[in-house]
Design a protein around this ligand. Sequence first.
Ligand SMILES: Cc1cc2nc3c(=O)[nH]c(=O)nc-3n(C[C@H](O)[C@H](O)[C@H](O)COP(=O)(O)OP(=O)(O)OC[C@H]3O[C@@H](n4cnc5c(N)ncnc54)[C@H](O)[C@@H]3O)c2cc1C
Length: 431
Amino acid sequence: MAVREFNYWLTTVQMPQPPAQPLPETADVAVIGAGFTGLSAALALAKRGAKVVVLEAETIGWGASSRNGGMVLTGLKLGVNKLIAMYGRELTRRMYAASLATIAAVERIVTEENIACDFARTGHLEVACKQAHFADYARQVEVIAREFNHQLRVVPRAELSGEIGSDIYYGGMVDEISAGVNPARYVAGLGGAALRAGAQIAERTKLEDVRREARNGAPGFRLRTSRDIFWARNVLVGTSGYTGGATPALQKKIIPIGSFIITTEVLPEALARELSPRNRQIYDSKNYLYYYRLTPDHRMLFGGRAAFFPETDRTIRKSAEILRRGMIEVYPQLRDTKVEYVWGGTLDFCFDIMPHSGRIDGVYFAVGYAGHGVAMATWQGQKMAEWIADGKTDNPFSEIKFPGAPLGLYNGNPWFLPFAGAYYKVLDWIS
Ligand SMILES: Cc1cc2nc3c(=O)[nH]c(=O)nc-3n(C[C@H](O)[C@H](O)[C@H](O)COP(=O)(O)OP(=O)(O)OC[C@H]3O[C@@H](n4cnc5c(N)ncnc54)[C@H](O)[C@@H]3O)c2cc1C
């Protein structure tokens, strides 16, 4: 079978079909984007009795939320030592605690809303591509245990075969708290739950412009959409790597980066067990990293930032070849295995590689997940709902500075990405 340019996860799910209805004249909250951020916020707000309208330019889960690896990961993209150097011990402690809470947030929603999405606490495994990377694991484990009271485990090279059927790595580090999920089923379930709770989800309705406008003496926002104009007391933007010109101040702070995934045919049981004996969510220690796992039906899902530009037909095709070569380097056992699906999606990186939430010109936002968004976007959506409903929340990612591009040299068009790609490749080579 030829490789199909299609998101495998979408073959496993029926997305909810929200009823077609006109936009209301007014709402308490307009949420932009029907991914994990927007839908978890909409669910929490609707449960508190708010009148919520979610605007989605495409369909439920169309963005990164249905396209990702389904790794529900603890920790942040930046390592703990770097975080402590940037933010100090206290703030880093709160950030790390939040990163652990994100996993529980996903689990709670899955349980409460009865979402059949193969959520399982299989743990994650980071594997070291160099001896120096492995040496750093011991330091990280020690700092995380001491500062955050959370126990990770170092796996020396000699014991790595109990974790992964590959002998190219120098050792590993395991966190048992992380989980795996079928992301498309999870986002479909979130959408269904938000609808049941009373939120309106307006598909194929793109926000084009938002500006402050008071109504009957109440402050709020006028939203111009591809369908109608309406008014909302509050606006929350959760558009991640797909943030566009409707929110230009936010767009300038986000770098969209393409990430791509292949999945193989279904593997024989014994081979699947050999490749990943504990069914971990696995990623390597490079900047230009590979991430991989078994799907619930035992395909190998193998992803990476094969091309830096967002997905197009050309980058998707090119990525299939690059990723297949990468997969065989890791797992020569898959040399004769067919790759059945390839697809891509867009990640959102901020200039400091941190998640950020807050308000710009009165509009709430939560973005910057840098490939860690399954759990973090869910949690941020809940926190933003709390902030909007109660007027306050406790969220370290709303307290840190949100930097723009150095010298302000960026208008949302990522012209420097090929150079960034080359830079990270060099960094992987020398560090
Ligand atoms: C290939 C890939 C693999 C990944 N793997 C992992 C992983 O294994 N683990 C992990 O934790 N994270 C992973 N991520 C990241 C994770 O998927 C994202 O961080 C997360 O899904 C972001 O959710 P979101 O709701 O903020 O944004 P999205 O799910 O991207 O949703 C944004 C939505 O906003 C809509 N939108 C944009 N502009 C407008 C507008 N003007 N009006 C209306 N709607 C608009 C878009 O149509 C889109 O549907 C991966 C991402 C990709 C692309």
